[in-house]
Ligand binder design. Structure first.
Ligand code: ADP
Ligand code: MG
Length: 262
């Protein structure tokens, strides 16, 4: 059975696109047939952080009724499929967000997981992704304004008949002094699914048009994204299994010598 997640927040800039761009490839790596879609049709940037630009067909054309969704599916890292959005204002104006539900219906038979990168705010294009998901995942920063906005998004989701699966706390700079999981769960009234640290490699990876789990796999945020993805995929997480330690020069030499002798 397909599972549809919408990655949402109240406030912009909390890390929705970053979460989508890392969770998607990792779920694919863990064996789930996964498709990530840029439902932030006004401020699209999922394609940008994955190096998918200047594409002939995007979600804009599909939402405008000019193309089929299968023509807007592109290959992303680790086998994830990506439906990016165009960047033009005109494309946004011609998009009809009501079509999103039919588009999802077209994809459910082909994937185990669909992830929608939602826009911030409570406009129509923001509300529809909340209603069509099996589970909304809130991306929250450990600061009061972000928590209040996430709470509003939770209430909005429930008002329109949606279900909040839990929250991801992103950009945790200091595990000691920032809000912790228990406090967040109490404030938001939802389960904390994962904690992602503040990590300068997130931005570096985006600048290089790749998610951090691909570009800097041993960085702190990558480790946190792998743990979160394994939990969502329902598999046991062991760091050793996903991150092979690099063989030292001495070990490599010893192995080469041993092979030569054998
Ligand atoms: P949203 O999609 O919610 O608007 P983005 O995913 O685009 O947010 O993230 C906003 C900015 O914050 C980007 O510049 C991104 O690189 C940065 N960012 C996101 N998560 C982290 C993190 N864990 N550590 C450092 N920078 C981050
Ligand atoms: Mg975004």
């Amino acid at each position: 059975m397909v599972k549809v997640y919408t990655i949402a927040s109240g406030k912009g800039g909390t890390g929705k696109t970053t979460v989508t761009a890392n969770l998607g490839p990792m779920l694919a790596q863990y064996g789930k047939k996964t498709c990530i879609l840029d439902a932030d049709v006004g401020m699209a940037n999922l394609g940008l952080v994955l190096g998918l630009e200047n594409l002939p067909v995007t979600l804009h054309e599909v939402l405008a009724g000019k193309a089929r969704v299968r023509d807007a599916i592109y290959d992303g890292p680790f086998g994830v499929k990506v439906v990016p959005c165009g960047l033009s204002l005109q494309g946004f104006q011609q998009s009809n967000p009501d079509r999103l539900k039919d588009i999802m219906t077209d994809l459910v038979s082909e994937f185990d997981v669909l992830i929608l990168d939602a826009p911030a705010g409570i406009s129509k294009d923001g509300v529809i992704p909340l209603t069509i998901a099996d589970g909304v995942i809130l991306v929250v920063n450990p600061e009061i304004s972000s928590i209040v906005d996430a709470l509003k998004t939770k209430i909005l989701t429930e008002t329109v008949g949606g279900h909040v699966e839990g929250a991801i706390i992103n950009r945790v700079a200091d595990a000691g002094s920032d809000f912790n999981s228990a406090q967040m769960e109490k404030l938001l009234g939802v389960r904390v699914l994962g904690i992602i640290p503040e990590d300068p490699n997130v931005r570096r990876a985006s600048a290089g048009r790749a998610p951090i789990v691909v570009r800097y796999p041993s960085s702190g945020a990558s480790r946190a994204f792998r743990r979160l993805s394994a939990d969502i995929a329902g598999i046991e997480y062991t760091e050793e299994a996903t991150e092979q330690p690099r063989e030292s020069f001495v070990d490599r030499l010893a192995r080469a010598l041993f092979r030569a002798k054998a």
